[in-house]
Design a protein around this ligand. Structure first.
Ligand SMILES: [Zn+2]
Length: 321
C-alpha cells in the first residue's frame, strides 16, 4: 500500500507540474500511461475472477468422498474402513449384510490387470451398495490363486489354501465375536458352474468351523442337546439362524454363467471387468501373446459387461439379504 501511495503522490506531482507548466501533451501522456497500467490491472483481476468462477462451476457435483461413499440415512459412508462406531452398532443391530469381496492377484494375460478377480467382486459391491443397505468390507486380495494359469514369474501370487483358511477364519472370528450376524464372502475366482475349488472350500470351512466353535464357546458344550434348545428347528428360519450367519457366494451364480458366459481373461471376464473398471482392460495388448485363453478377449466389450453386471446384481440382490 505504501508503494501505491508513493506512486500516486508522484503521479499527482508530475501531472500538476506539467499542467502548471502548460505542457499539456506530457500531462496527457503521463495520465494515459498510468490509466493503461490501471486498465491492465483491472483486466487481469477480471480474468483471475473469471478463472476462479469457472473452476468452481466445474467442480464435480459430488465431492470425492460422496462419490465414493454414498450417504444413506444416518450413515455417512458404506465402506467398513470409513464408517464410525455408531454406524457399525446400527448396522449390527439392524443386521445389515457385511460383505467381504474375495479375489486374487493372478496373471490374466498381457491385456488384463492382475487384480481382475478381486476387482470384479469389489466393483459389483460398489454398484450393489448404491441400491441396497450393505456394508462393504475391505477386499481380500491375496489368496489361493494356484499356478494353474501361470507361475509366479508371470506375477501370480499364491497363498496356500490352509494358510488362507486360517486367515479367513481369524477375520470372521473377530466379526462374529464383534456381533456381526449377517456376513457374506463374495468370491470371484475358480467358481465355474459353482464347483467347489480350494478358495471357496477354504472360505466355507473357515465359516462353518468358526460357527460351531462360537456356539460351543458361548452356549456351552452340549448346547444343541440341552432341553432349553428344544425349539431349535422351529427357530431355524428365524433371523438368528446360526447357519446363516456367514454365507459364501459366487459373484456369478451358475444361472448367471449359463445366461452369459464364464472364462479366464477372455471375452466374458474382460467384458465384466471393463464394465466395472474400464482402464483395467487394454485390448490392443492381446496381440502380445498367443495364449489360447485370451484370444477371444478381442470380442469383449463394456456393453456385454454391463449386461453381465446387471444379471449378477439382480441375483445378488436376492441372495444378500
Ligand atoms: Zn479372473
Amino acid at each position: 500500500m505504501g508503494e501505491y501511495r508513493k506512486y500516486s503522490h508522484w503521479l499527482y506531482n508530475i501531472t500538476l507540474y506539467k499542467v502548471l507548466t502548460r505542457d499539456w501533451q506530457k500531462a496527457y501522456s503521463v495520465i494515459r500511461t498510468s490509466l493503461l497500467t490501471l486498465e491492465k490491472l483491472i483486466l487481469l483481476s477480471i480474468l483471475f475472477l473469471l478463472q476462479t468462477a469457472w473452476k468452481i462451476i466445474n467442480l464435480p457435483t459430488d465431492s470425492f468422498r460422496s462419490q465414493t461413499y454414498k450417504k444413506k440415512g444416518e450413515f455417512d459412508f458404506m465402506k467398513l474402513e470409513y464408517i464410525f462406531p455408531k454406524d457399525i452398532e446400527k448396522a449390527k443391530a439392524e443386521k445389515w449384510p457385511l460383505v467381504i469381496p474375495v479375489g486374487t492377484i493372478e496373471y490374466h494375460g498381457p491385456h488384463c490387470s492382475f487384480g481382475c478377480d478381486t476387482l470384479v467382486a469389489y466393483g459389483l459391491l460398489e454398484r450393489l451398495e448404491k441400491e441396497k443397505n450393505i456394508i462393504v468390507a475391505p477386499p481380500i486380495w491375496y489368496s489361493p490363486s494356484s499356478y494353474a494359469v501361470a507361475g509366479p514369474e508371470k506375477g501370480t501370487i499364491h497363498v496356500e489354501s490352509d494358510v488362507f483358511e486360517q486367515y479367513i477364519y481369524n477375520i470372521l472370528k473377530s466379526l462374529l465375536y464383534g456381533g456381526w450376524r449377517n456376513i457374506y464372502l463374495l468370491i470371484h475366482h475358480q467358481y465355474e458352474q459353482e464347483n467347489l475349488l480350494p478358495m471357496t472350500l477354504s472360505c466355507m470351512k473357515a465359516a462353518k468351523k468358526l460357527t460351531f466353535e462360537y456356539l460351543e464357546d458361548t452356549r456351552g458344550k452340549g448346547w444343541w442337546g440341552d432341553n432349553s434348545n428344544k425349539e431349535f428347528y422351529d427357530q431355524l428360519d428365524g433371523q438368528d439362524n446360526p447357519w446363516n450367519w456367514i454365507t459364501v457366494l459366487p459373484c456369478m451364480s451358475k444361472e448367471v454363467q449359463n445366461a452369459t458366459g464364464y472364462d479366464h481373461a477372455g471375452k466374458w471376464e474382460c467384458s465384466i471387468l471393463s464394465a466395472l473398471y474400464p482402464e483395467t482392460v487394454v485390448k490392443e495388448y492381446i496381440k502380445d501373446s498367443d495364449e489360447w485363453f485370451i484370444q477371444d478377449a478381442i470380442e469383449s466389450s463394456t456393453e456385454i459387461g454391463e449386461n453381465m453386471v446387471s444379471l449378477c446384481l439382480e441375483d445378488l440382490k436376492n441372495k444378500i439379504k
